[in-house]
Design a protein around this ligand. Structure first.
Ligand code: ZN
Length: 385
């Protein structure tokens, strides 16, 4: 096993390392146990949806949103001679929307399944997916890596709003090759890359929650080539079990085998790549909820910084007291639901995350001050206005 992954562990953006260095010591796996024993996912899910409530949820969420210990080899302190060199002042970034910053607003995490014709439940057409990107872009959204949301290092121009794309089940329609060894234009990957070619400031990011036994219809080395392509082109991989098992009907041993085997296979195939998040198949929790977060043994160990659900609304800001990465909600892809949530953000402006353009600062209206996670003041410049 090789923890010093030559491949990027995650797509990263500026500003994260300073925060991650500071919080490295705060990783407390024991907090996971506390999370589920003191406040199970049902209550934490409720805490995620509404105004801030339980202190124990906050404390746990603050600890567990960080990367697991084995992933922190990439955030060691820089030598002091490098660290002491003054950085040139960053030029002001243009604000393309004119919106005022609110980094305590919610983050839209979209959940896609098949990208294919016709439109159906769990299936978005390629044209529909393109339209989603157009609508989101026009509404001021820009795509970000999930890792940046979890680490609270969202790095976007001022006035813009983050959106995370997720794709479950590693369907062929999400990623297949056209002639010439490039992703097909109608695949999810092809649609996103084509859109970014004409809208370079939108970004190309997304998490593929893979099931090893389907893996885009590829087997063996062919599957490895596809996974490698995704990681090398800015996408993230997440664990969605070997065979899309229903955890609600599985023994603890089965849960750990399904997650641990896939974790080990990806690690072996991609030179130590560590999937840091998982999505629950069918949205079903195992009886022992801790096993969705960490478990396994020997080379099949896993430990996730986030667990994603199947529904159903935008996630709280990572700086918010209600943020709980172990019960992270998503919004199902679809014309009507996207319309609903775009309209909801328009009619609930305080709920919309709007970047200030500065990853080292947290900016928000003063009236939302009580929503700020207290520990944020240690890591970020706070700008309440
Ligand atoms: Zn699934």
């Amino acid at each position: 096993m090789n923890d010093q992954a030559p491949l990027p562990l995650r797509a990263t953006s500026g500003g994260r390392s300073r925060y991650l260095r500071r919080i490295a010591a705060a990783v407390l796996p024991a907090a996971l146990l506390m999370l589920f024993s003191a406040a199970g996912p049902t209550s934490t899910a409720l805490a995620c949806m509404g105004p801030m409530t339980e202190a124990v949820v906050v404390a746990s969420g603050a600890d567990v949103c960080m990367s697991p210990p084995q992933q922190q080899a990439d955030v060691v302190e820089a030598p002091s001679s490098v660290a002491s060199e003054p950085e040139p002042p960053a030029p002001p970034r243009p604000n393309p929307t004119g919106r005022s910053a609110n980094e305590l607003g919610r983050v839209l995490i979209m959940e896609y399944h098949r990208i294919w014709n016709p439109e159906a439940p769990w299936q978005r057409t390629p044209a529909g997916f393109r339209r989603d990107l157009e609508r989101l872009y026009a509404a001021g959204f820009r795509s970000v890596p999930l890792a940046d949301v979890l680490a609270n290092t969202i790095d976007l121009p001022p006035g813009t709003t983050p959106v995370v794309f997720t794709f479950d089940d590693s369907y062929v329609s999400q990623f297949w090759w056209a002639d010439g060894g490039v992703p097909a234009v109608d695949s999810a990957v092809g649609v996103m890359q084509a859109f970014a070619a004409t809208h370079p400031d939108f970004g190309v990011h997304g998490v593929f929650y893979i099931t090893w036994n389907t893996l885009f219809g590829a087997k063996g080395a062919a599957g490895t080539v596809m996974l490698k392509y995704l990681v090398e082109h800015g996408f993230e991989l997440g664990n969605h079990t070997m065979s899309h098992v229903n955890f609600g009907r599985s023994s603890g041993a089965q849960v750990q085998a399904e997650l641990g085997q896939e974790q080990a296979l990806v690690r072996q195939s991609l030179e130590g790549y560590e999937m840091s998040t998982m999505a629950l198949p069918y949205g079903a929790w195992p009886l022992d909820k801790n096993l969705a977060v960490s478990g396994g043994s020997d080379n099949q160990r896993y430990h996730f910084a986030a667990v994603l659900q199947v529904g159903s609304d935008p996630a709280p800001s990572p700086a918010s007291t209600t943020f709980n990465p172990l019960v992270l909600p998503r919004v199902q892809a679809g014309e009507a639901l996207l319309s609903y949530w775009l309209n909801w953000f328009d009619t609930h402006p305080d709920e919309r995350y709007v970047s200030d353009g500065d990853p080292s600062a947290l900016t928000f209206p003063l009236r939302l001050q009580s929503h700020l996670r207290p520990d944020m003041t240690q890591y970020f410049q706070i700008k309440a206005y």
